[in-house]
Ligand binder design. Structure first.
Ligand SMILES: *[C@@H]1O[C@H](CO)[C@@H](O)[C@H](O)[C@H]1NC(C)=O
Ligand SMILES: *[C@@H]1O[C@H](CO)[C@@H](O)[C@H](O)[C@H]1NC(C)=O
Ligand SMILES: *[C@@H]1O[C@H](CO)[C@@H](O)[C@H](O)[C@H]1NC(C)=O
Ligand SMILES: *[C@@H]1O[C@H](CO)[C@@H](O)[C@H](O)[C@H]1NC(C)=O
Length: 600
C-alpha cells in the first residue's frame, strides 16, 4: 500500500472515530445511556454542577460568569491535549480544558455533591469521569463545545465508547432557568443572578440523579477496617441523610453544622464528629491528617462553635460506634464530610482592565488576599505601584473605611500547584475571617477606583455577569438586553463619571452617572457633549446626533452615591451603535467611549 492510500485510510479512521461521538440532546438521551450511572462515579454530578454555572447562551454558545478562566485552574480545570484523539481537533486559537480529576488541588472548590463518593470510597471508579470543554483562548468564559468522558481503567486512557458530546440544550435543561435581576438604577453596572443556596443545589442534584437513573445503592465501599463484621450503616445510601459543614463564625473560628438521620443515631452507642486538618489536600485517609477537635454528638442536628481557626484543609468526620464493644475493639464507621478549600469554592474576581484577579481566602482564622497575576503581565509591579487591597468587615463599608490594607507589590509570592499561567501572591491580614468580609482592589491612593471587589464571605452566591449576557434561556435561546455596562473614567478635576449606552423604545439613550460629591460638574462639563454614532468606525465629527451633557435630564432613580442624567436620542438602537463623551466642540478630546452595542 502506498503512503497516500495509507494516509487516506488513517484519515478515514480518524473521521470515523471522531464522528462516532454520540451527541446527547436532552435528558431523555442521558437516561438512555449507561454513562456513570452508579456510585462512586461522579460524571453526572459534574454535568449537573456545570449546568449551574451557565449564566446564558448566545447562538448556541454557553456563557459562564465573566470571571471564569479555566487556564487559571478554576475548579481544577486544566489544559487537555486531546492526545487520545477522542475529540475533534481544534484551531490554534482554541483549547480544550478538562475538569473532574478530584485528586487535583483546585478540585477542592467543587461542591460537596461532586466529591461525596470520592471522599468516602477508595476504589478507582471514584475518579474516572471528566467533563471537557473547548473555549476560545481570548474568551475563556464562552463554551464552544462540551463533552463527558471516562477513563478506561484498564488502559488509563479515555474511553471513546464512554465519550459523549453534550448539546447546549441539554445543559440548559439540567440547569434551572435562571433569572437576571437587573437593577436599572444600579450604578455599578453589575448584574447578578442569584442562585439558590447550597442546600437546595445539593437537593436538586439528588433529584437530577434520581431522574437520570443513578443508583447509589450498589456503591463499592472498601473500608480501611480489617474487621469483617459489617455494621448496618455500611451502605452507601445511608450517606444521603448525612450533612456536615464547616462555616466561619464572626471571630474566624469554625462553626460545625450537622445533620444525621434518626436511624443512624438510634443504632449507635457513640457518635463523634472530629474536625480534622488534612495536611495533604484531597487525601482522605487517617495518615495525612491531624485531629483538631472532637465533639460528642447527641442531637440529630445542630451547630456548634469550635475553637478551631478557619483554614484550608479542615474536614469534619463523623464516627459512629454501634456498641461499646465496637468502641473498644473495632474501627468505627467513618463518614467524611466536605473539606474546606480556603475560598468557599469562589473563583477569583477579575481586576478590571488587567490580566490579574483577586480572591478572598481564609488562613488560620484570618482574611487573606490572593492576587493572581498572569505571567505575561510582567510589569505588574510598576503598573500596580500605588495599588492596594483593602479589607472590609462588610460590603456596606465605604472604600476609606477599610479595617486594614496592603500594597499589591508587598504581597508574597506563594507556591502554586494550581496553574502554570499565573503567579499567585498572598497577603495575610489581621482581620478575622467572618461572614460579610470583603476585599477590594484599588488602583491608587484615591478611594474611587475600585477595580475588583470580592463576593462577601459566605454571602448568598451571586454571579456577576455583563448585562448583555442576561437572558432567559428557558424561553428563548436569544438573550434580551436592555443596556450595556456603564464605562467609567477618571480625571484630575472630576472623579468617577460613568457613561452608559442604554435603550428605551428602540432608541439609543445615553446615561451619565455623576458622583454626588462632584457638585460643580456642570461647570467642568459646560461645553461637553455626547455624540451618537452608528458605528465605532465613525469619525468623531460624523455623529448621527448629539446633545450637551448639561442638557441631560436628571432621573429620579439615582442612588446613594450617584445622580443619573439621561438623554434619549432619535437614533434607533442597533448592533455597533456607540456613544462618546467629548470635552468640547473640538473633536479631538474624548473623555470616554462605550463599547459598541452588542447582540440584537
Ligand atoms: C436508546 O439507545 C439505544 C441504543 O443504545 C437506541 O437504539 C435507542 O433508539 C435509544 N432510545 C432513545 C429513546 O433514544
Ligand atoms: C424570577 O425570580 C423571581 C424571584 O426570585 C421569581 O418570583 C420569578 O418567578 C422568577 N421568574 C422566572 C421566569 O423564573
Ligand atoms: C448594585 O447591586 C448589587 C447586587 O444587587 C448590590 O450589592 C450593590 O449594593 C448595588 N450597588 C448600588 C450602588 O446600589
Ligand atoms: C499566611 O499564614 C499561613 C498560616 O499562618 C502561613 O503558613 C503562610 O506562610 C502565610 N503566608 C504569607 C504570604 O504570609
Amino acid at each position: 500500500m502506498d503512503a497516500t492510500r495509507l494516509c487516506f485510510l488513517l484519515f478515514c479512521l480518524f473521521l470515523t472515530s471522531v464522528s462516532s461521538l454520540r451527541k446527547l440532546n436532552n435528558i431523555q438521551d442521558l437516561k438512555n445511556i449507561t454513562y456513570a450511572k452508579s456510585a462512586p462515579r461522579h460524571g453526572l454530578q459534574l454535568l449537573f454542577w456545570f449546568a449551574q454555572k451557565v449564566v446564558n447562551v448566545d447562538q448556541n454558545i454557553l456563557i459562564l460568569d465573566s470571571n471564569f478562566d479555566p487556564s487559571r485552574g478554576d475548579f481544577g480545570f486544566h489544559h487537555y491535549g486531546n492526545r487520545e484523539d477522542i475529540l475533534p481537533s481544534l484551531s490554534s486559537w482554541q483549547s480544550y480544558y478538562s475538569v473532574g480529576n478530584l485528586k487535583s488541588s483546585g478540585a477542592n472548590a467543587l461542591p460537596a455533591y461532586v466529591r461525596k463518593y470520592y471522599r468516602n470510597t477508595n476504589v478507582p471508579e471514584r475518579n474516572m469521569d471528566r467533563l471537557i470543554i473547548s473555549v476560545k483562548l481570548n474568551k475563556p468564559n464562552k463554551i464552544l463545545s462540551m463533552f463527558i468522558t471516562a477513563y478506561d481503567l484498564q488502559k488509563n486512557d479515555f474511553n471513546p465508547a464512554d465519550t459523549y458530546e453534550i448539546d447546549p440544550a441539554l445543559l440548559l435543561q439540567i440547569g434551572e432557568p435562571y433569572n437576571c435581576t437587573v437593577d436599572k438604577s444600579n450604578i455599578s453596572g453589575i448584574y447578578t443572578i442569584s442562585r439558590n443556596i447550597k442546600d437546595t443545589e445539593y437537593d436538586r442534584c439528588l433529584q437530577f440523579l434520581t431522574e437520570t437513573g443513578y443508583s447509589s445503592a450498589d456503591c463499592k465501599h472498601s473500608h480501611i477496617s480489617q474487621r469483617k463484621k459489617r455494621s448496618p450503616y455500611l451502605q452507601c445510601n445511608a450517606y444521603e441523610g448525612i450533612k456536615l459543614e464547616i462555616k466561619a463564625t464572626t471571630e474566624g473560628f469554625s462553626k460545625l453544622l450537622w445533620e444525621v438521620p434518626a436511624t443512624m443515631m438510634e443504632n449507635s452507642k457513640y457518635v463523634y464528629i472530629e474536625i480534622c486538618q488534612n495536611t495533604r489536600s484531597s487525601e482522605t485517609n487517617e495518615v495525612h491528617t491531624q485531629v483538631r477537635s472532637k465533639l460528642n454528638i447527641y442531637e440529630l442536628s445542630g451547630a456548634i462553635d469550635t475553637s478551631v481557626s478557619m483554614t484550608a484543609g479542615l474536614q469534619p468526620r463523623l464516627r459512629l460506634y454501634p456498641s461499646l464493644f465496637d468502641f473498644q475493639f473495632t474501627n468505627p464507621y467513618i463518614w467524611y464530610g466536605p473539606e474546606f478549600d480556603g475560598a468557599n469554592g469562589v473563583i477569583p474576581i477579575k481586576v478590571e482592565g488587567f490580566d490579574a484577579s483577586l480572591q478572598l481566602y481564609a488562613e488560620d482564622g484570618k482574611a487573606c488576599a490572593r492576587l493572581y497575576i498572569k505571567k505575561t503581565f510582567s510589569n505588574w509591579q510598576s503598573v500596580f505601584y500605588y495599588s492596594w487591597v483593602g479589607f472590609y468587615k462588610s460590603s456596606q463599608d465605604k472604600n476609606d473605611d477599610y479595617s486594614t490594607y496592603q500594597y499589591a507589590n508587598r504581597f508574597t509570592k506563594i507556591d502554586n500547584y494550581i496553574t502554570h499561567n499565573y503567579d499567585i501572591y498572598q497577603y495575610n491580614s489581621s482581620l478575622a475571617i467572618a461572614p460579610g468580609v470583603q476585599i477590594r482592589f484599588l488602583l491608587d491612593k484615591k478611594y474611587g477606583k475600585v477595580l475588583a471587589q470580592t463576593t462577601p464571605w459566605e454571602g448568598v452566591e451571586a454571579m456577576t455577569i455583563l448585562s448583555s449576557d442576561c437572558g432567559t434561556p428557558g424561553q428563548s435561546l436569544q438573550p434580551k438586553i436592555s443596556s450595556n455596562v456603564p464605562v467609567y473614567f477618571y480625571g484630575p478635576e472630576y472623579n468617577d463619571v460613568g457613561l452608559q449606552l442604554y435603550t428605551e423604545d428602540g432608541k439609543a439613550c445615553a446615561r451619565l452617572y455623576i458622583k454626588k460629591t462632584f457638585t460643580d460638574w456642570k461647570d467642568t462639563f459646560y461645553y461637553s457633549w455626547v455624540g451618537f454614532y452608528t458605528s465605532s468606525q465613525d469619525k468623531h465629527a460624523d455623529y448621527y446626533t448629539y446633545n450637551y451633557a448639561v442638557k441631560f435630564e436628571k432621573m429620579e432613580t439615582g442612588n446613594e452615591n450617584y445622580d443619573i442624567y439621561q438623554y434619549k436620542s432619535k437614533l434607533a438602537i442597533a448592533p455597533g451603535v456607540q456613544i462618546r463623551l467629548l470635552k468640547d466642540k473640538s473633536t479631538d478630546y474624548v473623555f470616554v467611549t462605550t463599547g459598541p452595542w452588542k447582540n440584537d
